[in-house]
Design a protein around this ligand. Sequence first.
Ligand code: NGO
Length: 526
Amino acid sequence: MIRKRQSRAFRALTVIFLLIFQLSCAQKTPSDLSKESIIPKPVTVTPTGEYFNLKPGTVIYVQGETEGVLEIGQYLAGSLKPSTGFKLEVRATAKEPKRGAISLALSGSGQDSGDESYDLIVTRKLVKLSAKTPAGLFRGVQTIRQILPAGIEMPSKQEGPWKIATGTINDYPDYSYRGAMLDVSRHFFGVDDVKHFTDFLAYYKMNVLHLHLSDDQGWRIEIKSWPNLATHGGSTQVGGGKGGFYTQEQYTDIVQYAKDRYITVVPEIDMPGHTNAALASYAELNCDGKATELYTGTDVGFSTLCTKSEVTYRFIDDVMRELASLTPGPYIHIGGDESHATKKEDYIPFINRVQEIVAAHGKQVIGWDEIALSSLKPNAIAQCWANEKNANTAVSQGAKILMSPARKAYLDMQYDKSTKLGLHWAGYIEVETGYNWDPATFIPGIGKGNIVGIEAPLWTETITNIDEIEYMVFPRLPGYAEIGWSSSASRNWEEYKTRLGKHGERFSVLGIDYYQSKQVPWGEVK
Ligand code: NGO
């Protein structure tokens, strides 16, 4: 896991906390798997009352053949190494060991690669993880991390012991799409920050990273056929800082990093509104043929591509071609929100035509809920953030809904009136408000069958660095991950808040600057 520099005071606090933590840890022998705080909550957990002891000689056994499985074994060994100091051997062999091993095995073959279910059996002798796909194994590995003591996430060697309670876990997600969005346009975040953010998603079994790559304030992805987009359009940000952009090579590195964690990157180019950075980079994208000035404020709804000009569609075709070639995942997000500067009679044919362009490059469209005003392709996804009527219009056209209601799921909303960062136009979102809702009953007329999943967007008008990202994301993100993974029947705020409280230790150990909500009992962290 990529780590950021911690402030001196924060580090000192962490050390004090760890001393207390180690003392309590040394006395604790886990023996009841059902008492472990796993987020998202697994489907079934059956404890058997003993423990497995991870030792320097424990072997990580992987079934040799299938692509990805060896890498998952290495990922597990890598994540256990800093704190344990163990150089666990990762062995690919056909013969499963009988004891002293963590075994990662694929069961069955030719299954749907999107299947993320896994089974975990922990006995005194073995930790046995099996899944139908590598993605399932990767999710199960996160469970193994979470049932080890929190100190397992420390960046430096700790005493241990490293015991895991025995029992069985059977687990699978409720929704197939569980994501978070990072707005890298309002403020730019470099590759390491994005990887750091991606690790958060991985730890909580999320599988989509949506990157909001363009907006009025910045264009953040190199497009070789329209180079000024990045070099000029990416040269600033909110408040007038220097901004930045990802070269295609850097972007590919992000996509691969996410892919290694079984996370799909969804790139967004927002249009026809939210396009000032592009309009400032190329005069011909403006109806009056004049390039606009770069913009560093936070207003919305004032920019539009020239929807009647053929150059605009050549531009979009070029951008989509390059973006599609950098995108192994099935989706491209076309924005479509708040196009107040575009007439409705221009907006509808524009979105229809952009859908065709995206399809011609072999990708499926996602757009903010306003795209429902156009004629949606049957495989389009409308991301519901504000307008429930749009969501119903999308469903009536056969499209699916991605749930991101701003008043529940926006990570940029303030926790309460005293929160210094963030906005509150959609309300305040304390931890309970963010957790305690059900996507399948939230909008009248839209049920589970209409919904692909949930996504929590972090808009960054007020967010400037990774510490601030962490403060807004934690502790809400685990809740969104749980809404996406665990069935609504199994979720309960009173029970969840205790489990979340125990993750406070893990946040501290991971160096995460989180909001210590008074709604959550934070265990040892005072
Ligand atoms: C809105 C708007 C964004 C803002 C965000 C701030 C959508 C889909 N468009 O959400 O441009 O950044 O609110 O909360």
